[in-house]
Design a protein. Structure first.
Length: 491
């Protein structure tokens, strides 16, 4: 792990966390846009520094959303929507500094608890990982693809189409077994495949700019700078139990694929409202509400990395992009990660702890700067996002074709948003598609093309295939059962 403790890696943590807080605090941007804009800029870094920077953006952006939620009643990210229920009323009462203090210390506490849970859980999963071969990896990836259903908001069919399209795009280029180009349509640039960074930047950063420009949203509100006030020890009396409970809720929800920080915050807020002796003050500026929301949504960050690191299963679009960043920097995600890159994994554990501490330190000066940042007109912010995205994309491989790819996928992403097609399944397909094909074809070579032997190769593989079938069948069964009960009640 000492190989990753350098001035460059520490600087990456500080810069990433700072950028994350700023991006998260500016309404309309958020974790996904922040990571996709920074992703091309990490190409010249070593794997450790690049991943640390993106983790800093991830954690910092979730916390940063609470700043605008408290100051201007507009959550910078969806994860902070529950924070404004009590955060903004405190601002109206003249206690904005105190509200920011509760949010900051709760965020850091939630993040640290989830880091400890990650450190305890990941090594246990690593012991299982040594038993995984090509067929077991294929079975695991097939099960991971079922999380497309979990992140398919609105329409399951549209989510599956988006995921299938992502897998198809991942197959463009040279066949890894035969060496022949495929799906290149006679275009020379496509023989090398489509760059993952260009696709992700286009799908999320550029499509977000197009969507906001098309919606004609109003400029960001003006607010004065404010100084954060640290909660005193006696003010925590009777609230530490609620903080720990919210951290556990956030960690549990974060571990589940397809959930994320926003549901964790709302669930924690609802539980706190029922359990708090000050439940009557909720919605009127009660610190317990801020503690519940901010502790839970930041506790998701570490817990969400458990399936991402140990199993290669992305729980949401942010962790899917982080998985893509592993691939870009030569680190293969999945069950082998804990064995092949043990030092990097433990360095990431340490980095997550340091990020939360850095987040606490940076929160004081950054909050005072937000009075200036929130005065910037939205059109200038969006123009900056476009410029950084295209410059970063072009600098990765020095190929102007990647800029064209990013622009095309920006339009595709915009049209998908308009038509109700979720973007997260496409990223999951892009990241998992190559591994799916490679493990499948290797597995067939091991079994000489015998599909019966393939699906019964080991107890682990068979169990994963059965579990995948159960995950697919359960929603169908529950839907049919609920419809039957409804018909019986009407009779």
């Amino acid at each position: 792990m000492s190989d990753y403790v350098t001035l460059g890696s520490i600087a990456a943590i500080v810069v990433g966390t700072f950028v994350g807080i700023v991006v998260g605090g500016l309404p309309g941007l958020g974790s996904v846009v922040g990571i996709t804009v920074c992703l091309p800029l990490t190409f010249g870094m070593d794997a450790g520094s690049a991943i640390f920077l993106l983790l800093g953006v991830y954690c910092g952006s979730i916390y940063g959303g609470s700043i605008s939620a408290i100051l201007i009643n507009t959550p910078g990210t969806p994860q902070s929507a529950a924070t404004l229920f009590d955060g903004y009323p405190m601002t109206e009462q003249g206690h904005a500094g105190k509200a920011l203090g509760w949010a900051t210390f709760s965020s850091v506490a939630g993040g640290l608890v989830s880091c400890l849970i990650l450190i305890a859980a990941a090594p246990q999963l690593a012991r299982i990982a040594v038993k995984f071969g090509s067929i077991e990896v294929f079975a695991l990836i097939v099960m991971a693809l079922t999380c497309i259903a979990a992140v398919s908001v609105g329409s399951m069919v549209k989510g599956l189409i988006s995921g299938a399209l992502g897998i198809f795009i991942a197959l463009v280029g040279v066949d890894p077994v035969t060496g022949f180009p495929r799906f290149d349509f006679g275009i020379l640039e496509l023989e090398a495949g489509l760059d993952l960074i260009a696709i992700v930047v286009g799908l999320f950063a550029l499509s977000e700019v197009l969507a906001r420009a098309a919606s004609g949203s109003s400029p960001i509100a003006v607010v004065r700078s404010v100084q954060m006030r640290v909660p005193r020890l006696k003010e925590w009396s009777g609230r530490l139990g609620g903080l720990f409970r919210s951290a556990l809720i956030g960690s549990f929800v974060g571990f589940l694929p397809g959930t994320g920080a926003a549901p964790a915050a709302f669930i924690s807020y609802a539980v706190a409202k029922n359990a708090s002796p000050r439940r009557g003050n909720f919605g009127k500026g009660e610190p317990d509400g801020i503690i519940a929301a901010e502790t839970a949504n930041n506790a998701v960050t570490g817990a969400a990395m458990i399936p991402t690191l140990a199993l290669g299963v992305p729980g949401d679009v942010v962790t899917a992009i982080l998985l893509g960043s592993f691939v870009i920097h030569g680190v293969t995600p999945g069950v082998r990660l804990m064995m092949d890159h043990e030092q990097l994994v433990y360095a990431m554990f340490a980095a997550l702890i340091v990020i939360n501490i850095v987040m606490l330190v940076l929160s004081f000066p950054v909050i005072r700067l937000f009075g200036i940042l929130l005065r910037i007109k939205e059109r200038f912010i969006l123009a900056g996002v476009v410029a950084l995205s295209l410059i970063g994309t072009a600098s990765v491989r020095g190929n102007p074709f990647d800029v064209l790819v990013a622009a095309i996928f920006g339009v595709i992403g915009f049209l998908m948003r308009r038509c109700g097609y979720p973007l997260a399944p496409m990223v999951i397909g892009l990241v998992l598609g190559p591994q799916l094909e490679d493990s499948f074809r290797r597995g067939l070579l091991l079994t000489n093309g015998d599909f019966v032997s393939f699906f019964t190769h080991s107890y682990i593989a068979t169990g994963l295939f059965v579990l995948t079938c159960a995950l697919i069948a359960a929603p169908i069964f529950l839907h049919n059962s609920g419809r039957k009960n409804l018909m019986n009640s009407n009779v």
